[in-house]
Design a binder for this molecule. Sequence first.
Ligand code: PEP
Length: 264
Amino acid sequence: QSTRAFHPENTVITTPHSEIGDGSLVIMAGPDSIESAEHVAQMATEVHAVGATVLRGGSFKPRTSPYSFQGVGEAGLIAHRQAADAAGLDMVTEVLDPRDVDVVDQYTDIFQIGTRNMQNFALLKAVGAKRKPVVLKRGMSATLDEFLQAAEYIAAGGNTQIILMERGIRSFDNKYTRNTLDVGAIAVLKQMTHYPVLLDASHAAGERALVTPLTLAGVAAGADGFMLEIHDNPDAAFVDAQQAITPAHMGEIVTKARQIHAIV
Ligand code: PEP
């Protein structure tokens, strides 16, 4: 059960390079999508240098339009794995389809279930049958009860290595932000559940100027870490260019976030 009534102690998830939920601040960073082997290798080195222990990047992309770039598939998983290993990082990547869980499992350290699939019960059951950590992103219109019930679908299969991620929800005014980062949800989830709670301000903001303040707000609310979309040339990113930030910008966020984390 995901509530503290059943499990008072924090769940701590151990991966080769990270302890998630142990009181430290975990940083997952990398490009939105895997663009090339060379690019992800460069990004891995750069995000490692500024504090990441987990390299993100999508090889299967959940695009709103079927005509948008869909990701490079298994070739991307191979490049992502090699880049993570070379830099001494863990790998997290999204899986979109239950039929792809086995191939993604061959490469990744951590599965990612995206906002659009939070209630894809077949997919949740498929990762629940694995014994590997899962980042579960909150559905963009999901209540916290629905979010925790989705986590239960993973746990019911015996996989309790679950990392909850707030990434912004749809609200009545998303003209200036892509989504609304639900900072209150981070604080509430930390009280309600024993699972680590992270945030993704890149997807919440949809705008690079907002990534710093939203990330810092999430850390102040008690998040166990955060995810950032990084690109050396943000405007040229294949996907979500407007929210990508440079490794140098990430370094500034990490410095400030660690200061805030030390006092919450
Ligand atoms: C992502 O992290 O690449 C992604 C698509 O995020 P979300 O599911 O939160 O939109």
